[in-house]
Design a binder for this molecule. Structure first.
Ligand SMILES: *Cc1c(COP(=O)(O)O)cnc(C)c1O
Length: 354
């Protein structure tokens, strides 16, 4: 399918790298295509970034039939543009699509559209280590209809945002708060899909964590409120007895691409890896007997986020000495090394945009 390009007549300028935050600076163009029942996805195009005009009855506003992805394009020291496992993001988007009765997309087509868009927006990619061009593919239900069913029309779009370094001040371990009253997702629900509603459902617990002085929520499983699932919008890892342990994908955990990458590197490095249930009680026990040495989250935004403190009701554990653990740093350095083209991509994870 041909991708039509309409160039913006006015373009913006990228702020200085040190002034960039997350998700506020958007580029001049976006990729859009539409879906109609019986016709399929059509009219893929790159056009000036602008507001959408939609009926207030559009189904996405009422019933939340929406999915998205999050990935990044990185600038290497020699000026190349690199994508990290981008196809895996669109494969995951198609799994989310199935889960929310949204028609699947052609991965080759959207990869092509995304690459053309990024090439066109090259000047928006910041260059300092840690900064990136954040990519947000999204699909929304657009039928103007208040009945409850799956929409007959959808809109797919990709917008781009220049983002600053997540760790401008270095990797400081974060404090996390275990929610005893709220859950993010339940097996059989949509927790394993990247859908808007999961985020809406996580906000209240997030506010409570902040009130208590914590930055993220650690989610327990919804059935028994016992087993650790995720932290905020990150997957979670533990070093227990020198082994890398992470909750197995239970159906209510989002299968992170960073998670898969950490597991792949660990195996390559000959580490012992366990994907299994980890209860909050086991974690406190391992902390008390000194076998829990590191905890870190994984996700596209932060890559690796060391955890320094966990609070569960009245119980608090401090992990490590206030600095990121050795293994956390090793994963951070290896992953960012590959993403920014400073290390060889031995896993075939990088695609370069020419
Ligand atoms: C996106 C997301 C992650 C991390 O996935 P990555 O592909 O590693 O960025 C983890 N948990 C939730 C709930 C998410 O939405």
């Amino acid at each position: 399918m041909e991708i039509k390009v309409t160039r913006a007549t006015q373009t913006g300028t990228r702020p200085k790298d040190e002034d960039l935050g997350f998700g506020t600076v958007f580029t001049d163009h976006m990729f859009v295509m539409d879906y109609e029942e019986g016709k399929g996805w059509m009219d893929p195009r790159i056009e000036p970034f602008s507001d959408f005009s939609m009926s207030p009855a559009a189904m996405v506003f009422h019933y939340g039939q929406a999915i998205f992805e999050g990935l990044k394009a990185y600038k290497t020291p020699d000026g190349k543009i690199q994508l990290f496992r981008a196809r895996d993001n669109f494969a995951r988007m198609n799994r989310s699509a199935k889960g929310l009765c949204i028609p699947e997309i052609d991965v080759d087509l959207v990869m092509d559209g995304m690459k053309q868009l990024i090439k066109l927006e090259e000047k928006w990619i910041p260059e300092t280590l840690g900064t990136a061009l954040y990519i947000r593919p999204t699909i929304i239900a657009s039928d103007p209809f208040l009945g409850v069913r799956s929409s007959f029309t959808f809109k797919f779009f990709i917008i781009l945002s220049s983002v600053g370094a997540y760790y401008a001040q270095g990797l400081n371990p974060v404090k996390i708060w275990v929610s005893k009253d709220h859950v993010r997702a339940v097996r059989g629900g949509v927790g394993e899909f990247k859908t808007a509603g999961n985020y809406a459902a996580s906000l209240l617990a997030g506010e409570k964590a902040k009130e208590e002085g914590y930055v993220q929520v650690m989610w327990l499983d919804a059935l028994e409120m016992k087993y650790i699932e995720e932290v905020g919008a990150m997957n979670i890892f533990f070093i227990i007895n020198g082994e890398l342990v992470t909750p197995d994908l239970s159906g209510s955990i989002l299968p992170g691409i960073t998670r898969y990458s950490v597991l792949a590197l660990a195996e390559k490095w000959g580490m012992k890896v366990q994907e299994r249930k980890v209860s909050i009680d086991e974690l406190f026990e391992a902390h008390e007997n000194g076998t829990l040495t590191e905890v870190f989250g994984s996700g596209t935004a932060a890559v690796i986020s060391p955890v320094g403190e966990i609070r569960y009701g009245d119980r608090v554990m401090n992990i490590g000495d206030g600095t990121p653990g050795e293994t956390s740093m090793k994963f951070y350095d290896a992953l960012t090394g590959i993403q920014y083209g400073k290390e060889e991509d031995t896993e075939g994870w990088i695609e370069t945009i020419e």
